[in-house]
Design a protein around this ligand. Structure first.
Ligand SMILES: NC(=O)C1=CN([C@@H]2O[C@H](COP(=O)(O)OP(=O)(O)OC[C@H]3O[C@@H](n4cnc5c(N)ncnc54)[C@H](O)[C@@H]3O)[C@@H](O)[C@H]2O)C=CC1
Ligand SMILES: O=C(O)CCC(=O)C(=O)O
Length: 428
């Protein structure tokens, strides 16, 4: 059988911002504030390891294609590395490196015993059949069998993946090791040892941090409006839970475009529409279609970017009207926009704090798998909310202490924890 593609050249980053550079520039500011020593700085600035694999997959038409996949383990000083797997055509090694480092900082901010990692495969899952995606997922798992492990590196869902892919990953890993290992991956279906509350956990954390920030800013949720970019797992749950808190969701968007309703979008209807239409809002009649770029600069009080990186840049930051940005996505704000947003006095709850509800409940899932015991949904929600609220208050206090933005404060909290751990553990 002919091999049609041997190597997929990663999409160049020349025409877009580089998330790794954005991550590093904030890391440098926080390292300076902390007076981080050179040894620890040098260890943290680069990932522990980067694995690149080529995964041959027999497509439904009999052709064999080869997909390029990555796993980057940024750091494991706090514990086994943790982080999602992304299926998208824009996956790039530098992006995965940034996402892996963000996982280290995120786990440190919420004080859970994990390091950071991230994976990705350059593919377009929207054009692949379930069988093709399954073979790809199993091939990736096999290629990473020496990387993954319940005490080593624990994947989870990210863009383009969900419980279905995590189930295949768990099954393939279990077969290669000869024992059922639910704790090797989180975000699994409930029946395979998934946790109650994990599906909505990231969106719930976005809601919790948005409400905490609104309280600080003296904003009344019932008198406030919000726009949410991205209507997948994170965006749709954030929109639903924010609307349940009384905010009027005036705008939402996904890859098909942006949708606006001045009187508020009925989010349950939008979710039902999306679920019935291949995960997309295209054709949704509960709102008027608008220019996708307009959504981020629309007249709302709160903005929740919950799709991809670098959508807020020096080119549109000045036009943002929201008083509060809560980052559901990883890296939605390029570093070039930071000073503009700061000068406009917009509060930003940064990604490594705002979207940490997902990994927090993943941690709970892993704990439950290891205990062989299931927690109630209320216990999951109550514990996750407590962790997120405590982290928010710690970051807020750090921002006040050093007179810096919430983003820099979150990096300070995270890097300080990692650096202290190095100090006690030693080893270099
Ligand atoms: N799933 C999770 O638990 C977590 C996800 N995140 C981050 O949240 C973001 C979204 O992830 P998920 O919701 O899981 O992905 P998903 O695959 O469920 O949904 C992505 C959504 O974004 C939309 N989208 C893609 N490109 C877009 C664009 N250029 N403009 C507007 N919409 C666009 C898609 O149509 C879809 O609605 C990513 O940055 C991810 O890294 C962060 C923490 C945890
Ligand atoms: O749930 C997890 O373990 C990680 C989720 C993730 O990839 C993220 O927080 O960006």
């Amino acid at each position: 059988m002919a091999v049609s593609t041997v190597y997929k050249e990663p999409a160049p980053l020349v025409d877009r911002e580089n998330p790794l550079e954005s991550m590093m520039s904030r890391f440098n500011v926080a390292a300076e504030i902390l007076g981080l020593d050179d040894e620890t700085y040098n260890v943290l600035k680069a990932p522990d390891k980067q694995i690149i694999v080529n995964i041959p997959v027999t497509m439904d038409n009999g052709q064999r294609r080869v997909f390029e996949g990555y796993r980057v383990v940024h750091n494991t000083i706090l514990g086994p590395s943790k982080g999602g797997i992304r299926y998208d055509m824009h996956v790039h090694l530098d992006e995965v490196k940034a996402l892996a480092a963000w996982m280290t900082w995120k786990c440190a901010v919420v004080d859970i015993p994990y390091g950071g990692a991230k994976g990705g495969i350059i593919c377009d899952p929207t054009t692949m059949s379930p069988g093709e995606i399954e073979r790809l997922t199993r091939g990736y798992t096999l290629a990473m069998k020496d990387v993954f492990g319940p005490d080593r590196d624990i994947p989870a869902p990210d863009m383009g993946t969900g419980p279905r892919e995590m189930a295949w990953l768990m099954d393939e890993f279990s077969k290669t090791t000869g024992m059922t290992s639910p704790a090797v991956v989180t975000g699994k279906p409930l029946v395979l040892g998934g946790s109650l509350g994990r599906v909505e956990a990231t969106g719930r954390g976005v809601m919790v941090s948005a409400i905490a920030a609104m309280k600080k800013l003296g904003m009344d949720p019932k008198q406030s409006s919000v726009a949410v970019q991205g209507f997948g797992n994170v965006g749709s749950w954030a929109a639903k839970l924010l609307s349940e808190k009384g905010l009027k969701v005036k705008g939402v968007s996904d890859i098909s475009g942006a949708y606006w309703n001045e009187n508020g979008i009925n989010i349950d209807e939008a979710i039902a529409y999306k679920n019935a239409h291949n995960g997309r809002l295209d054709g949704f009649t509960g709102a008027v279609k608008m220019d996708a770029d307009e959504l981020l600069i629309s007249p709302v009080d709160v903005l929740v970017p919950a799709a991809v990186e670098d959508v807020i840049t020096e080119h549109n930051a000045n036009d943002i009207k929201a008083k509060l940005i809560v980052e559901g996505a990883n890296g939605p704000t390029a570093a070039s926009a930071d000073p503009i947003i700061r000068d406009k006095k917009i509060m930003v709850v940064p990604d490594i704090l705002a979207n940490s509800g997902g990994v927090t409940v993943s941690y709970f899932e892993w704990v439950q798998n290891r205990l062989g015991y299931k927690w109630s949904e209320n216990m999951v929600i109550e514990r996750a909310e407590r962790i997120m609220t405590d982290a928010f208050e710690k970051v807020y206090a750090t921002a006040e202490k050093y007179n810096v933005t919430m983003r820099i404060a979150a990096y300070v909290v995270a890097i300080d924890k990692v650096a202290q751990t190095y100090k006690y553990r030693g080893g270099f």
